[in-house]
Write a new protein. Structure first.
Length: 156
């Protein structure tokens, strides 16, 4: 008589669906965080500098100074001569749009809570100093002790 030999079963099957779900959530998380980080830095070309120190991460108030709307800019590109500003530059304090007139009051309110807080100004490289100077003056009048101008490091 013949015996029928059945192969031994190794147990249950492994369900990989939960692992795939976790990996997909991690991918989405890193895509969102990466997009937020690139939105803050990459779209504003900073002036170049060969000197200076790399600033450590701190709790500074960040003011972005951008060119006026494209009609006033004359379609200038990144590497061209500084822009003569025909209109008021566009400002953002901690990511929120603000006018030059309201900037001093907003800074004064922020500095009333923490007077030692530094202010970091990130200005478009195509702007002239005359377009950035009112922002620096507003920070000074608001009582800022430390005002830093952000630049892009070139060279070693």
């Amino acid at each position: 008589m013949r015996r029928v030999v059945r192969p031994k079963s190794s147990g249950g099957k492994i369900n990989v669906t939960p692992m795939i779900d976790v990996v997909m959530v991690l991918i989405v998380f890193y895509l969102i965080v990466g997009k937020m980080a690139s939105d803050q830095r990459a779209d504003l070309p900073l002036p170049p500098s060969g000197t200076g120190v790399k600033e450590s991460v701190e709790d500074a108030l960040v003011i972005d100074v951008r060119r006026p709307s494209s009609a006033a800019s004359g379609g200038r590109g990144a590497g061209e001569a500084p822009l003569t500003v025909a209109g008021e530059p566009r400002l953002a304090l901690a990511g929120a749009a603000i006018s030059v007139g309201a900037l001093e009051d907003a800074l004064r309110a922020e500095l009333a809570v923490r007077p030692d807080r530094a202010i970091r100004i990130r200005a478009d490289r195509t702007l002239s100093y005359g377009a950035v100077q009112p922002v620096i003056e507003a920070a000074r009048r608001a009582g800022a002790r430390v005002v830093r101008l952000a630049t892009e490091r070139i060279g070693a």
